[in-house]
Design a protein around this ligand. Sequence first.
Ligand code: MOS
Length: 694
Amino acid sequence: MTVTTSLIGAPVDRIDGAEKVRGAALYAAEHPVERPVYVFPLQAAIALGRVTGIDASAAIAEPDVVDVLTHENAPRLASAQDAELAILQSPEVAFRGQFIGAVLAETAEVARRAASLVRLSYEQLTHDVELHPARADLVRPGEVNGGFPTDTADGDVDGALATAAVVLDATYTTPQEHNNPLEPHTTIAMWTDDELTLYDSTQGVHWVRDAIATLFGLDPESVHVVCPHAGGGFGSKGLPHAHVVLAAMAARLVTPRPAKLVLTRQQMFSVVGYRTGTIQRIRLGSDSTGQLTAISHDVVEQTSRIKEFAEQTAVPTRVMYAAPNRRTTHRLAELDVPAPTWMRAPGEAPGMFGLEVAVDEMAIACGLDPIEFRIRNEPDTDPETGRPFSSRNLVACLQEGARRFGWPERNPRPRTHRDGPWLVGTGVAASTYPVFSMPGSRATIRARPDGRYRVLIGAADIGTGAWTALTQIAADALDVEMSDVMLSIGDTDLPYASGAGGSTGIMCWGSAIVDAARKLRAELPIGEPIPDEGVEITGTLPDNPYAGQLAMHSFGAQFAEVKVHTGTGEVRVPRLLGIFAIGQMINAKTGRSQLLGGMTMGLSMALHEHSVVDPRFGHVVNHDFAEYHIPTNADIGSIEADWIDEHDPYVNPMGAKGIGEIGIVGTAAAIANAAYHATGIRVRDVPITLDKFL
Ligand code: MOS
């Protein structure tokens, strides 16, 4: 039967919810396989040098140890291009914690104990693991993530700053942070002849397939990757890391038995990527009315000597505010460290901390309310390209948020609100995230004689609600009930799908599904009987005719209330409100959870997260949840996310923008700005710990 009201935007419960609560939803390590061999990695205890000796005799002598994998017996890889993945091809060590082997055993416990018995000797070289802006000899331009130019320059920034009525020149820093999805990175690998099956916890089965096929010199069709559910990723499961290779190599040694590798939380701090620390110098100039005349954002950050990843930290600054003179730069220090990677809103999260605290400082220096200052510097078109925006509703978000947060009643003077021993303040910051697209997604829809529809696409649900949202999109586009749609995702046997990255999943997969549904309905109009043999149609992600003509971005406004204890400096956040302009929301329930999750991670960035590297040894010392702090329920007070009505017909057929990442953007700045309002103390580096107020 047909539906009369749109499913799009409805707060539909997760269709996989009951399965998850019952424990029936299979995560990577839970797929039933016959007699798995358990793999425990050996990791380098030096940050730079080479392995000179491996004595595995004690490990091999343990009962139930099957084998020890090292560079001496590892399979040779077909491609060594990606040095993060091309492990065990030589004795060289490029960072502490790098995989240099593995113990294979009949149980996970035996493998772990036996790994501790392997005696390794090294030739050690002097390493450098510290991000330091003064080391200009190490600093070089890199290719900025997302395909953006490393540097941009318009007008004469130095000249404009020299004549500006108000000038800000300040440095903002953010530390190294680690992705910590609840489900650790996990792979079960299994060879049959020259075919490889991987049960892998990933944000994209086809991305894993393609990378692993290249590495092992296999036809992509010979690599089968399965991941129906993943317990988070935040970017660190976007592309495969070395553990997938280690599992596949181990499985090669024990073919046809499967090899199972579950990383420990501590191992994750060495081998699955992280967000670089950043050092951001921001200079702003304005005239006496608070109109910006110059914006300059120079970033220094780190990468690994063996693989480049340049976080696009200053890229959001290119789109945020109008000014005739503009400049952004990114510089990379190459260090003896693991390769950084994507972590929720790479670029925007650290970059918008710097920019949005700087803008708060500049507004105050100009004697303007920070919302009024932002509105005054709102651009008509994209400041970098001059292109019109497909939609830009930052001002509407700021105004709606201000109304709901009670901003008009705020006394702008810092240190004027007290609650017993607490100083109380409020702050605001803007948020933004680009509307990206990833190429290639296809979806197949099978209309079945029983009147139901099978929708097939190799998409990922990493806990976001994609199972539900894609079913809604398919049912809406087919004009049927959700119960008439059966979705299949998370398997490379399904049509190609790009990964859950860059907040593109629902946009790209949904567009392919809508394309398939429209083609199907052209052939088989609603109400017509489905023929006995069924009908099958494949749709593709269509090219967007507006790409390259319109600037497409989400925007938002983050509001925070912060209390700082006058005696201890303790920082609390009793209230967070985020108002977003994100086009058409697909599922108001799971989508709201995405935004709240992002804001929670923003609070985590503001107050807690900090990967502390010991320069003597080169590793992150606080490599577990006992010492790498993330917020608990007790750290979150009132937290609300909402969105304004935004109609954007240019971004894709659903009019939807990505929502996975924007929630984290700007949150830390809003909290820092509120902490300034509370105390009069300006904190320019996160995490904002109590010592900064004492
Ligand atoms: Mo997101 S950091 O692109 O998975």
